[in-house]
Design a protein around this ligand. Structure first.
Ligand SMILES: [Zn+2]
Length: 342
């Protein structure tokens, strides 16, 4: 398992009980010649058993997972569990502290930096350590995302990188166990190899994720969904007992997200007027947005439409938008007998 990562962990991943400390991500700068970036890590272990790796702050401006995992790190009692839980609530620490998607140190987007580089920028070094040291320790990885500053998601669990194989089947079972009201599947051929999910696929490790909410803020409902889901994943994995399961209020509605026609992008620079909201079912050809041009008020707004029927999963939040910005994406219902029903 040892890789050529330069990161040093202050915790012993093999020791029983509760430990907390930092991953030392060394970063020599003008103001701190021998300093390190302290990435917080909590390890809880009670003997042999499965290992869950729980991650938030992969993007620093996505708060539901960060708060849920900080709460879990204090609440979880090693004596009441079996195996091991590794918790990283603020994985890309400089981004999390800054409340930004990317690290202010190297502009690194951690979830586009895998498989990483042991000799690269701090973000690349972190990706390398996660993929080559942490993921191989895990039986299940849960990577908690939301829409961040620019998007608002219907709170969902998701299974990215789905392939119709044994790992994919286990992913669907874990997604169902999470117990979100809405969940969606993205097939592996839709990309994502630079993400933590891609790292898990390369290492053959089961992973599930969320898009919990977003808009650069935290809502109580999305936080509850994440906390319940992570708890239920630990039950599913056998770290917690069946009695610890928190029953979801309803069965999960499973959707899928496919190719470019699931997305609506800004065609011009202007002010975005949304004509649909997350959770709404829309039809092909239905108006999605108007783009307005206050700088040239004599120019008619541009009307953009959805290209297919589906459920609106996320919406852009800032009004001012540039050509190429994602304004919406959809999910579509999966019928019985489909590729994900089995
Ligand atoms: Zn994210």
């Amino acid at each position: 398992m040892p890789s050529d990562s330069r990161i040093v962990a202050e915790v012993d991943f093999t020791r029983d009980g509760r430990q907390h400390g930092f991953l030392r991500l060394f970063h020599s700068v003008h103001s701190s010649a021998y300093g390190f970036i302290p990435v917080p890590v909590v390890v809880l272990r009670n003997g042999d058993g499965p290992t869950a790796l729980l991650v938030a702050g992969n993007h620093g401006d996505e708060y539901e997972g960060q708060v849920a995992l900080a709460n879990l790190a204090r609440r979880l009692d090693p004596a009441r569990m079996r195996g091991r839980v590794i918790i990283l609530p603020a994985l890309n620490l400089p981004a999390a502290v800054a409340g930004r998607r990317t690290s202010p140190i190297d502009d690194g987007n951690l979830n586009r930096s895998f498989p990483g580089d042991p000799n690269g920028t701090p973000t690349q070094q972190l990706a390398y350590y996660v993929e080559h040291e942490l993921v191989p320790m895990a039986n299940l990885v849960c990577d908690l995302h939301s829409g961040g500053s620019s998007l608002m998601y219907l709170p969902t669990a998701q299974l990215p990188g789905y392939r119709p194989d044994e790992l994919g089947a286990r992913g669907l079972a874990a997604l169902a166990a999470f117990g979100a009201e809405t969940a969606y599947v993205v097939a592996a051929n839709q990309g994502g190899d630079q993400t933590l999910t891609g790292a898990c696929l390369r290492q053959g490790v089961l992973s599930v994720a969320t898009e919990a909410g977003g808009a650069g803020h935290l809502t109580a409902g999305a936080l509850r969904m994440v906390e319940r889901g992570v708890n239920n994943l630990l039950v599913h994995l056998g770290v917690l007992q069946e009695a610890d399961r928190i029953a979801p209020p309803q069965p999960t509605r499973l959707l899928e997200v496919g190719g470019p026609d699931y997305y609506v992008y800004a065609s011009d620079n202007g002010v975005f007027e949304p004509l649909a909201e997350p959770g709404e079912t829309v039809m092909a050809g239905q108006p999605a947005a108007r783009l307005h041009f206050p700088e040239t008020p004599w120019a008619e707004p541009v009307l953009l439409s959805f290209q297919r029927k589906g459920v609106v999963l996320c919406k852009r939040m800032p009004g001012r938008s540039m050509r190429g910005d994602c304004l919406f994406h959809l999910g579509t219902e999966i019928g019985p007998g489909g590729p994900y029903s089995g």
